[in-house]
Ligand binder design. Structure first.
Ligand code: PLP
Length: 236
């Protein structure tokens, strides 16, 4: 697959979805999900101007970001940790990532707080909410969000910027529109407790459904296969 064409196509679809919903395209960040693909592909897309890359596994994120730094030490790309994170892995990614998309427990927030305190840094995070109702998905339940946001205020180094969700797999993206609407409504209901209530971040939408997500307010779309090509194994 021609990566330049893939990117041009995704960018034009992002522009169209933004225009359709009367949003400036600059409100939407394309996070290129490079999981299972080599660092050379990250270099290729960064040469085309992409600055944001997402990984869902710690070891792969650490290896790829380290390799990237060796190849292009001066280029300030941003790494996003988009998958479930075990507490004992927090220290491995804390100083590498610009945004953690999948905060899903107070225990994890507690660990991030402790490690960030030690390093004298803060970590921007999104709270993952399970709006699809599937048991297999990580994320806190919608009805728990309000209390969760209250509890999280105690962790000064955990900077909640918004919410993230993984929609159900669907043949037709219209089927998951209600899930994106629900995430936006949840965000509206708790954004007074985000660090920047004027700019709530919503990470929602992947290759199969990012246009609908943008129409419903996504500010970060996580796109993998439509950019990089099909993956040879399925990553959770
Ligand atoms: C793999 C992954 C994506 C990207 O999925 P594609 O269908 O390849 O676009 C987005 N978000 C998360 C959390 C992922 O693990």
């Amino acid at each position: 697959m021609d990566k330049k064409l893939n990117l041009a196509h995704i960018q034009s679809r992002i522009s169209t979805a933004a225009a359709k919903s009367n949003r400036p395209v600059t409100d939407i960040t394309l996070v290129a999900v490079s999981k299972t693909f080599p660092v050379e592909d990250v270099v290729t897309f960064s040469n085309m101007g992409l600055m944001d890359f997402g990984e869902n596994k710690v070891q792969e994120l650490v290896e790829k970001s380290t390799s990237f730094r060796h190849v292009l030490p001066e280029r300030p790309i941003r790494w996003h940790a988009i998958g479930h994170l075990q507490r004992n892995k927090v220290k491995d990614v804390l100083e590498t990532i610009s945004l953690f998309h999948a905060l899903d427990s107070i225990r994890l927030a507690n660990t991030i707080q402790d490690k960030a305190e030690e390093k004298g840094i803060e970590l921007p995070v999104l709270v993952q909410v399970n709006v699809s109702g599937e048991d297999s998905k990580f994320g806190i339940q919608p009805h728990e969000l309000d209390a969760f946001m209250d509890q999280i205020q105690a962790f000064r180094r955990v900077r909640v910027r918004g919410l993230m969700t993984l929609a159900s797999p669907a043949e037709n993206p219209e089927e998951v529109r209600p899930q994106f609407i629900q995430l936006r409504e949840l965000s509206d209901s708790v954004k007074d407790r985000f660090v920047d209530p004027a700019n709530p971040q919503l990470s929602m939408g992947m290759s199969s459904d990012f246009e609908v997500a943008i129409e419903e307010g996504a500010t970060l779309v996580r796109v993998g296969s439509s950019l990089f090509g099909g993956r040879t194994y399925l990553s959770p």
